[in-house]
Design a binder for this molecule. Structure first.
Ligand SMILES: NC(=O)C1=CN([C@@H]2O[C@H](COP(=O)(O)OP(=O)(O)OC[C@H]3O[C@@H](n4cnc5c(N)ncnc54)[C@H](OP(=O)(O)O)[C@@H]3O)[C@@H](O)[C@H]2O)C=CC1
Ligand SMILES: CC(=O)N[C@@H](CCC(=O)OP(=O)(O)O)C(=O)O
Length: 310
């Protein structure tokens, strides 16, 4: 017998990828509403209350509405892929490597991390915790995403405007991911976030450039890499790459789905500068893969069951 998971928003970009992973899962079965009923509040209420697990792959307002549709007496456990509950009381932040697998296993409400914050937090949170990076440092995050990161609307736009070669945005310096990055990295100040999009469907590069020599902690790039390697030693999902200069890091236009994440630390000769870089799939560890990893932990299944790891 398998365990049912209601996928609310299954026709969307993240929802479709979650359904694919659940269909291939040995212990879960996806429950999906047909086209005529997928936005019908009563049909959704029924599914949300009658299945042991639900994943919300919806815009923030619809995700909040879905939570309200759940009867407080119902036993449904929820993973929310939206940004509605990432710094909300009563929700567990669904980043098992940072928060602890036991806390996810015990949680009734899990908020999946955002795609960009997944890269940023993977790099910075363990190093702040270890005291190697100061919590009051003014961090900058430069990031590049595939256009599926903007869901159906951005996918359509990149299809309609094939001449777009690069798009930077967030130019008003307010982005929905800022509170999440600050809170879960334990920072005293908000980060300066510069996101952008390239004409690749999926994939993401998140970079944190650092002036190590200007920090009172004066960490070396090697010390940062060693700490990350120690921190993720037991992870099958996050890999810390060995010291070395690959010359370049690439995103590919037609990359295959990937639920893993690779972390790099590059440092210059004098030790003053470092570039921390996370490579991930916005639809993998950045969304759908993370949702499956959390569901696995919540249901007591092997953490990486049905994940697409290279
Ligand atoms: N794309 C990504 O890389 C990532 C996305 N996320 C998050 O996942 C969530 C979904 O994003 P994404 O899949 O990209 O977005 P999409 O726009 O591709 O999909 C959203 C889906 O939700 C449906 N929907 C909207 N309102 C309702 C409603 N009231 N009831 C039922 N269904 C509804 C939409 O319907 P319709 O098809 O009719 O528009 C659509 O199918 C967002 O909150 C986003 O922040 C998180 C991490 C990464
Ligand atoms: C390229 C692009 O538009 N990306 C989205 C972030 C992805 C998203 O909407 O989802 P999460 O917040 O759940 O990660 C944005 O910048 O708003």
């Amino acid at each position: 017998m398998t365990t049912e998971v209601f996928v609310d928003g299954a026709a969307g970009t993240t929802g479709l990828e979650i359904v694919t992973r659940l269909e291939a899962h040995p212990h879960f079965t996806p429950v999906v509403l047909d086209e005529a009923r997928r936005k019908d509040a009563e049909a959704r209420r029924e599914a949300l209350n009658d299945t042991p697990f639900a994943v919300l792959c919806l815009p923030d307002d619809a995700a909040r509405e879905a939570v309200e549709l759940v009867d407080p007496a119902a036993k449904t456990r929820i993973v929310d892929a939206s940004s509605a509950h990432r710094v909300a009381d009563g929700w567990t932040y669904g980043f098992p490597e940072l928060i602890g697998r036991e806390r996810i296993a015990d949680a009734a409400r899990v908020s999946n991390p955002g795609c960009y914050p997944t890269g940023f937090l993977a790099l910075v949170a363990p190093l702040v915790r270890a005291g190697l990076l100061p919590a009051d440092w003014p961090f900058t995050v430069n990031a590049v995403s595939g256009y599926s990161g903007g869901g159906k609307a951005l996918i359509e736009r990149f299809a309609d405007e094939p001449d777009i070669a690069f798009r930077t945005y967030g130019l008003n310096l307010t982005h929905k991911h800022l509170p999440e990055m600050q809170r879960h990295a334990g920072l005293e100040h908000g980060v300066l976030f510069a996101p952008s999009v390239v004409p690749a469907y999926r994939g993401m590069l998140v970079e944190v450039p650092l002036h190590l020599g200007a920090m009172r902690t004066e960490p070396s790039a090697d010390a940062l890499r060693d700490e990350l390697a120690r921190f993720y030693a037991d992870s099958e999902v996050v890999e810390v790459m060995a010291k070395g200069d690959p010359g370049e890091l690439l995103l590919h236009r037609d990359a295959a789905p990937d639920d893993g994440m690779r972390l790099h630390v590059f440092g210059n000769e004098g030790g003053w500068n470092a570039r921390l870089v996370a490579l991930l799939d916005n639809l993998g560890k950045g969304a759908s893969g993370a949702a499956i990893q959390n569901l696995n932990l919540m249901a007591g299944f092997p953490e990486t069951a049905s994940l697409q790891l290279r």
